[in-house]
Every structure is written in structure tokens, then in C-alpha cells.
Design a protein around this ligand. Structure first.
Ligand SMILES: [Zn+2]
Length: 124
């Protein structure tokens, strides 16, 4: 068995499943565009991350614009509504996480990760 290092917030199993999924050609090409919403806003939707950051989180959803596009393509109206959505989701998640460009696996469709962080027992 070969060992190698990876940077991921996923468990090894989820990471391997994710890499396999990425190598599989599919239609439609953009997972975010085709993902069923948990909740729909005027310009955004809340979707589940099919390959969650399960090493660190018990829940990993994503907030994404309905329209396919990069961060640079967001309009003032998009950003205004996002500020409202942040208030709506503030008590439902612990963290909003944005990957830098080199870690983005879907750079063509802007998305932010919403995380409920795993609890762990601490002895002090
Ligand atoms: Zn898309």
C-alpha cells in the first residue's frame, strides 16, 4: 500500500469517493447547478455538500448563487441578498468557509461552505 499526503477536511473514505466522482464524466457538468436545494432564496440556494468535510464537521452545506458564475460575476443585488442570508443562517452553522483558488474544486460556480463543527471531549 502506498502512503501519500493530501490536504483535505474530508475523512480518507469521503476524500477517495470524491476523487472518484471527480474523475467520472457526467452531465450536467456542474454539480452546484444541478444540486437540489434545501432552501431557495431569490438569488441563492442552500445545498448539501455531497462530499462533506466530515473530518471536522457534522454538517456541511453550501450557499451558492442560483446563476452559474464566479465570485467576480456576483452582482450588487446578489451580495445584498447574501448579507441577509448570513443573518438567516447565523444560528444554524458554526462557520462559513471559503477555499482559496488553489483549493477550489468547482472554481466556475461560486460557493461557500457552511459548517457545524464536530464536538470533541477535552480533558483539562
Ligand atoms: Zn454551476
Amino acid at each position: 500500500m502506498n502512503t501519500f499526503k493530501i490536504k483535505t477536511l474530508r475523512t480518507t473514505k469521503t476524500h477517495i469517493d470524491y476523487e472518484r466522482y471527480q474523475r467520472t464524466p457526467r452531465f450536467p457538468a456542474c454539480y452546484i447547478c444541478s444540486a437540489k436545494p434545501i432552501k431557495t432564496y431569490t438569488r441563492w440556494k442552500l445545498i448539501e455538500n455531497e462530499f462533506p468535510y466530515d473530518e471536522v464537521a457534522t454538517k456541511n452545506d453550501m450557499i451558492v448563487p442560483l446563476r452559474h458564475g464566479t465570485e467576480d460575476e456576483l452582482t450588487k443585488e446578489d451580495l445584498r441578498e447574501f448579507e441577509e442570508i448570513k443573518k438567516d443562517i447565523n444560528d444554524k452553522y458554526d462557520m462559513i468557509l471559503e477555499n482559496t483558488h488553489k483549493q477550489k474544486s468547482i472554481p466556475g460556480h461560486f460557493h461557500l461552505h457552511l459548517l457545524q463543527i464536530k464536538e470533541r471531549e477535552v480533558r483539562a
